[in-house]
Design a protein around this ligand. Sequence first.
Ligand code: AMP
Length: 517
Amino acid sequence: MLTTLLDRLGNFADRILLTDESGEHSAQDLQRAAARVHDLLSSRGVQPGDRVALLTAPGLQYAAGMLGTWSLGAMSVPLCPDHPPAEIAYVLDDSGAAAVLVDDAQRALIERVSDHRATVLHLDVDALTNTDPRNALLRPSRADIDSPALMLYTSGTTGRPKGVVHTHATLTAQMSSLIDAWGWTEQDRILHFLPLHHLHGLVNKLLCPLYIGARCDMLARFDARTVFERIATGEYTVIMAVPTVYAKLIDAWSNADPDTRARWSQGCRDLRVMLSGSAALPVPVLERWREISGHTLLERYGMTEIGIALSNPLHGERRPGFVGTATPGMHVRVVDDGRVVAGDGAVVQTDGAAGELEVRGSNVFVGYWNRPDETTASFTDDGWFRTGDQVVVEQGSFRIAGRLSTDIIKSGGYKISALEIESVLTAHPSIAECTVVGVPDDTWGERIGAAVVLRAGTSLDLESLRSWARNELAGYKLPTLLRVVEALPRNVMGKVLKPEARTWFLEHPSDPTTGAA
Ligand code: AMP
């Protein structure tokens, strides 16, 4: 029997579950604040099933905004405060949001968003944090477990963002699965600094701790020194981040003085687990982080549509470059050319199998908002979700080769993983960041293009890069095009926008392939 987050909160009474810029908040504080949001929405005519967008700073107002929306039976649609007004307008329009909840911090932004029909409702943080015990607690939810709860928009790294609809049941299944997989308990304390309009920041880092009654300390934004200083207090047990965050932490650590480094490293050693996901973790980053923190990052794989489907183990060997096996409740299989080549349940045995990953299980979304054809196309006839990711199975563990649409380069008859090449190039002493893309070519089908950001004071040319990489990569995997650029185009989750990177090669196909920084 699934118990939703709304029902669970009543178990935690005056336990502190959240901290933010306005202070510490207990489960009851959160229930009172959510009840006020519920009343506000209901007084403005919001109905069960309506979409309610959420645009606030991280903290009590955010959690209360979502819970108050849910208790009314409406669907929460998180927006990203770092997105330009046009993208916010797109989501408001596409979702048909009846209302948008904003706090003081985001008022100016919503005023710049024109052309939408959502009623702007202001959340007064002072009123929400009023802990007067006479204020009503959240009422039991009117929402059915299978009713839509959340619509997250896809990252849009390949096309126009689509609304991914999760129900209370699929979200609750995700939380239960991760609590089991990663050993969450009410003793845990996590530091939160990721965006909240994405599954990683929202479900894994905020909803999971709330569900189990652990504590989530929310920073207004990511800052490497602040994160290290907080970790150094020794109060935290869990850290979760994307690979670019670990790369920034490594930079900050490398630039710090020896005493500071020692304090920061000790703080990391006191944690019980550090996780990475949402994009490929290059092995050199994993190795450097292990030297600094004493932790082998627990890498896992997930998607907005399916939650977390694959994870390295909490206890046991975490293989660098691999993302482990199916999470509790998920089934996975590998399909090549319409044929199942590995797995048909939770356990995958076939070694060396390669193909597209397909998944099914209670975590999986119910459909794309207002896109029935795309929803149908994303599932097989027998109900497996096609992830669009190419994977390889080795010794029972999965390696992600990349998205079939952008990361699998077809060159000279080979299928080459851009992620594998990126992982190798990241270890080059001159390369600070890199991305690898397939560039259309009449002879080869595609050529391998590497765009790199160089470390200060270094230079690089294609031939020296190729000869350096030859020890690690087969000849056909070596880049044949190189661009030195100032910065890589990334979305707010740190993911590289590959179609944009590819245009560098398309626009100037015969440019020189050398550069200096
Ligand atoms: P999103 O829906 O924005 O979370 O993006 C999901 C996509 O991110 C997946 O389809 C993968 O291509 C990629 N991804 C997530 N986790 C990993 C990982 N650990 N390694 C490689 N790619 C990943």
